[in-house]
Write a protein that binds this ligand. Structure first.
Ligand code: A3P
Length: 302
């Protein structure tokens, strides 16, 4: 029924789509052929975890000096979709789609590929990876809405119950959710200088301090002078849900996807409007079991 279950293949323990844009063969080919540079920076996420937001923030931070003196209206994030500013290696880069790629280092890329199947050069080059994770219940809700927006006209609507069933069995593009998160969490603990583990919820709760932390990790810390001049707040606002969703109100990212599809509620906890108590408990139980002993938690109601 469209985006979630579109020709899914299991590869190295994870589900991969085979669509017009991406296939499991792409992931396999990239493993051996993609050449990472040690100065590269990657954003890794599961779909619907806040990828678009983090793409905007990372692009804005790495380019903060370049656009400092420009009039604000010339900033790429005020005229284009964050997905155009920071490409996915498994789609735009693999297909050589023209993007904003800056010939100067660092190169900024994103990926949904699970850690296990990342191109070996990314793992071996010692480059930096930012991982953004989100409460599974909000990922599920966001995915449900997104999948139905992307649905081919000939496909039936996927009900929330059906989406829940699939999600709780681990079925989503690049899922299972829990395994994807666990792998990146482990490398962030083992290699904290290389992998920064962030949560959507922390980013929402204290955006300013987490943006400063992100800037430091990326190697673009704010100076005291920049802070005093309001540079942190400027970037927080430039990348806010309000600003990005306004810029992306019209237009299409690709022929089958509207810019606005990446902006829905932008809130923490919308799952309370969708999940029954029983569904919530099922996901809490899985999360408790899968994340046992890990320092990742949300308010679990069961
Ligand atoms: P909701 O569907 O819960 O609203 P992704 O970018 O990985 O596809 O994730 C999309 C989710 O991130 C959507 O969540 C979207 O609204 C939210 N989002 C997009 N831009 C955001 C921003 N600037 N701040 C906070 N959330 C944002």
């Amino acid at each position: 029924k469209g985006w979630i279950t579109e020709n899914l293949y299991m590869y190295q323990g994870f589900w991969h789509q085979s669509s017009r844009r991406i296939s499991v063969e792409t992931v396999m080919a990239l493993q051996d052929t993609f050449e990472a540079h040690p100065t590269d920076i990657y954003l890794a996420t599961l779909p619907k975890s806040g990828t678009t937001w983090l793409k905007a923030l990372m692009f804005a931070l790495v380019n903060k000096n370049r656009y400092k003196h420009n009039r604000l209206s010339t900033h790429p994030l005020l005229v284009s979709n964050p997905h155009d500013c920071l490409p996915f290696i498994e789609t735009e880069i693999y297909r050589n789609t023209p993007t904003y790629i800056d010939p100067h280092s660092p190169r900024l890329f994103a990926t949904h590929i699970p850690y296990t199947s990342l191109p070996r050069s990314i793992i071996n080059s010692g480059c930096r990876v930012v991982y953004l994770c989100r409460n599974p219940k909000d990922v599920l809700v966001s995915m449900f809405h997104f999948a139905n927006k992307l649905r081919e006209k000939s496909c039936d609507v996927m009900t929330f119950e059906e989406t829940f069933e699939l999600f709780s069995r681990g079925v989503m593009p690049t899922g299972p959710y829990w395994d994807h998160v666990k792998e990146y969490h482990k490398v962030s603990v083992d290699h904290p200088d290389n992998v920064l583990f962030l949560t959507y919820e922390d980013m929402k709760k204290d955006t300013t301090n987490n943006v400063k932390r992100l800037a430091e990790f990326l190697g673009y810390p704010f100076t005291k002078k920049e802070e005093a001049e309001g540079a942190v707040q400027g970037i927080v606002e430039l990348c806010s849900f309000q600003s990005l969703s306004e810029v992306n109100k019209h237009g299409n990212l690709r022929e089958d996807i509207r810019n606005h599809a990446f902006f829905r509620e932008g809130k923490v906890g919308d799952w309370t409007n969708h999940l029954t108590d029983e569904m919530s408990c099922v996901l809490d139980e899985i999360t408790k079991e899968k994340f046992y002993g890990l320092d990742i938690s949300w308010d679990l109601s069961c």
